[in-house]
Design a protein around this ligand. Structure first.
Ligand code: SAM
Length: 332
């Protein structure tokens, strides 16, 4: 049973269909409540591939690890839980592999980016403008930098830059100016509702207010957790971990992330024709990866109507070619 009370996982069928094709090591880099992990483990069992398979579940939030341990209790023997950042995927996988899984290939990696419903809905975590709480936003509770540190100490230009780059907010400068005025008048920004009031004071139209609030809160969350930096590293090191015919599936929920995944996967799957294509009949180097989803997979209408979070989800998948005499050797 899926752990819907904690987080309702998105596009579970699609992720399982793309990933679960043989036994091996699976990595869920965004374990959350364990919804995708549970579906992967169940599919491995249903397909008779459980023997020889292990799932490594990573999350930087210790509350998620605790929740997933409960959800995956039936598969305790097959799971390894790691509280950590998925940007360290290479080290995490290699230490578990060396210790207990020598010779096993990484067959599938899933990333379901962003925050869980539990994180958003918990006021003390400070992720939502709809909940009154401290401006925290650290996915790793107790981590170094909180959103409060940023809004209370950054200079106006730095704040505007964060709102613009990570939230694509057009009124970034005005909002940053209003944040600094508020700091001077009130001695600081105390919590989510202060920041929400500041955004509302700059953006008057109710429709635009909701959009700007989402963008400003998203921008701070991305900055606090260095989400784009972690994504850049995990795309490189995660695909670097894959064995032949191993797949990486990434689900993103906003255009900044999706753009990064799209460009990275396209570049990985592009043959190298050298600086001048002219005259070459064969590429200098064939790509070691294949794009499984030239266009992103999106959620079916029935899922979107039941789970609004699915509306913005985009799933992209890349596969490492088998250059060792396997099924797709001709491509290498
Ligand atoms: C959308 S939820 C995943 C939900 C999960 N697929 C499920 O079925 O319940 C994203 C989770 O990834 C975690 N997370 C986000 N970025 C991370 C990172 N860089 N390293 C490790 N965990 C991360 C968050 O703490 C959160 O629990």
């Amino acid at each position: 049973m899926e752990n819907d009370a904690y987080h309702r996982p998105v596009m579970v069928r699609e992720v399982v269909a793309q990933l679960v094709r043989r036994a091996g090591i699976y990595v869920d880099g965004t374990l959350g409540g364990g919804g995708h992990s549970l579906a992967i483990l169940q599919a491995l069992r249903d397909k008779g591939m459980e023997e020889g398979s292990v799932l490594i579940g990573i999350d930087q939030d210790r509350f998620a690890i605790g929740e997933a341990e409960k959800a995956l209790v039936a598969f305790r023997e097959r799971t390894r839980f790691v509280q950590g950042n998925f940007r360290n995927i290479a080290g995490i996988v290699s230490s578990i592999r060396e210790r207990e899984l020598p010779g096993k290939e990484v067959t599938g990696i899933v990333l379901d980016l962003g925050v869980s419903s539990y994180q958003i809905d918990t006021p003390e975590r400070g992720f939502s403008y709809l909940r009154s709480g401290p401006l925290d936003m650290r996915m790793e509770p107790g981590g170094e930098l909180s959103a409060s540190d940023i809004v209370n100490t950054c200079q106006e230009r730095e704040l505007a830059d964060i709102f613009f780059r990570f939230g694509e907010e057009k009124k970034s400068r005005k909002i940053a100016g209003a944040v600094c005025s508020w700091r001077r008048e009130h001695g600081g920004i105390a919590g989510t509702q202060d920041l929400a009031a500041i955004v509302r004071s700059v953006v008057r139209s109710p429709d635009q207010q909701i959009k700007s609030l989402s963008r400003v809160f998203q921008a701070l969350r991305i900055a606090v957790n260095d989400e784009l930096g972690s994504l850049e590293t995990v795309l490189k090191d995660g695909t670097g971990c894959l064995g032949p015919l191993g797949r990486m599936a990434v689900m993103s929920y906003h255009s900044l992330e999706d753009r990064m995944v799209k460009h990275y996967f396209r570049a990985l799957a592009a043959d190298d024709w050298g600086p001048k294509r002219v005259g070459l009949r064969e590429p200098l180097h064939r790509a070691a990866f294949r794009l499984v989803t030239p266009r992103p997979v999106v959620a079916a209408d029935d899922e979107v109507s039941e789970n609004p979070r699915a509306r913005s989800a985009k799933l992209r998948v890349v596969e490492k070619k088998d250059c060792s005499g396997g099924e797709s050797e001709r491509d290498c």
